[in-house]
Design a protein around this ligand. Sequence first.
Ligand code: CO
Length: 144
Amino acid sequence: VRTIKRIDHIAIVVDDLEGALRFWRDALGLELDRVQDVPGQSSQVAFLPAGDSEIELVRPTAEDSGVALYLQKRGPGMHHLCLEVEEIEAVLADLKARGIRLINESPQSGAGGRQYAFIHPESACGVLVELYQLPQMSKGIAGT
Ligand code: CO
């Protein structure tokens, strides 16, 4: 069963959002869609659509958040990539059965009813991978 749909976003940790935008927006020419405060993750996020996906520039707003610790330890850089899936529970169960190390063994609830879970970098060639599934509000309406 193939349930991976696309890359939803790639998250990059930055310490200076304006500086990061000078590259991603001004030099590279990506459009800045919005900047959002994400208090739950103690961060501010700039979203830059790139085709069917987005680049997310994540700047920590608290010293002790996970993202801030990551930044202190490794400096700015790629934090995770996120794949949109159709059946997150089935994908997680399959990965678990294959011995893949999961950070979240069951889906977590995020903004707007989306469900997400992270795969440990140890099982993914050193890359933190996020899986997410959109809320199934259109279920039952065929073809939409
Ligand atoms: Co993400």
